[in-house]
Unconditional design. Structure first.
Length: 341
């Protein structure tokens, strides 16, 4: 079987390997497709801080079980599954309170350990989630990024809340759709690019506003009126997006930081203290968020028509990264087709 390896920056090598043999407590996955996300792009460019080469990338996976070990009872051949890529230690304090996503020894398959850019993979069932029979593999590939959206919203008091999401790219769109599916009151998504906002509108997101001219504060006031935003979720991760979230925050607003910030910035601490603004960090997802994501996709509560904007053959993996580099604004989600079912 073939697998792809990030060997060095801008270098993808293919290896011919044996199909992995499985232990009694494992299953064998046939990988149908993988999605490419921001962290894959950082890894390809050699800009990812926490990985080392060589590594098999791929952590957004659509797959089907083709073999089960003797002791595996809850999965069978033919089951379509989504893969949760977090490897957690199970004994640190965050693990002990169920916050596996911030495990002190967290590793992620496809980043710090081998992932799924491979025709087959052996895995323990604890990483897997059942998907309904016949669920489209494209939807299964989108489960992981949607779980990020679900996890993000759940960091806040989202029920019935006015939620403003900064950034209408892949994650911002899925955060806003998650907020609606989870029962937020009213949802606004903002961006500087009309094409992303038009797509957000087509996905059924209630309010989609370009803030390039008017700024976030005005957009929130125009949309939500006097109550403004109870929750602001920052998926843009720029100095400007954070400052605009602070400026637009109201007394007792919650600001959730979901985008990956790279540089430190100074904080307006008096505003946080006097107005009881809550600043909340967010990282990936926990198991229940994955289950919600599968449910929302399979029940059509989150709309993904047109979400996969480009597809590439496994042999053209590097072309996917070149395309993304050259057309950063034209890509929602690029997918690499690895196998068929
Ligand atoms: Zn990802
Ligand atoms: Zn842990």
């Amino acid at each position: 079987m073939k697998k792809a390896i990030f060997a060095a920056p801008f270098t993808i090598e293919y290896q011919d390997a044996e199909i992995p043999s499985i232990g009694d407590d494992e299953v064998l996955l046939k990988v149908i497709s993988i999605g490419i996300c921001g962290s894959d792009i950082q890894m390809y460019h050699g800009k990812h801080k926490y990985m080392t080469y060589p590594v098999v990338p791929g952590h957004e996976v659509g797959s089907v079980i083709v073999k089960v070990g003797a002791n595996v009872t809850d999965f069978k051949v033919g089951d379509r599954v989504s893969v949760e890529p977090q490897i957690t230690c199970g004994h640190c304090y965050p693990c002990s309170i169920g916050r596996f996503n911030v495990c002190e020894n967290l590793k992620v398959k496809g980043v710090h350990a081998d992932g799924f850019a491979s025709e087959y993979a052996a895995i323990q069932p604890c990483y897997l989630h059942h998907c309904p029979d016949g669920m489209d593999f494209d939807l299964i590939t989108l489960v992981e990024p949607l779980a990020v959206g679900v996890g993000s919203v759940k960091r806040s008091h989202y029920k019935g809340a006015n939620i403003a999401v900064i950034g209408a790219g892949t994650i911002g769109n899925l955060v806003a759709q998650s907020a609606q599916a989870l029962g937020a009151g009213s949802v606004l998504v903002t961006d500087f690019m009309d094409s992303k906002l038009e797509f957000a509108k087509a996905c059924g997101i209630e309010h989609c506003v370009n803030t390039k001219e008017i700024g976030l504060k005005r957009a929130i006031e125009d949309t939500f009126g006097e109550r403004k935003a109870d929750v602001i979720i920052d998926c843009a991760a720029t100095r400007g997006s954070f400052l605009s979230a602070m400026e637009a925050s109201r007394t007792s607003s919650e600001i959730v930081i979901t985008g990956n910030y790279k540089d430190p910035m100074e904080l307006e601490v008096p505003r946080i203290q006097r107005r009881e603004v809550s600043l909340i960090g967010h990282m990936m997802y926990v198991r229940e968020d994955f289950a919600d994501a599968i449910r929302f996709l399979s029940e059509g509560k989150v709309r993904t028509d047109g979400f996969i904007s480009q597809r590439f053959a496994f042999d053209d993996f590097d072309k996917a990264f070149q395309f993304i580099d050259e057309h950063p604004n034209d890509v929602m989600k690029a997918v690499v087709d690895i196998g068929s079912c």
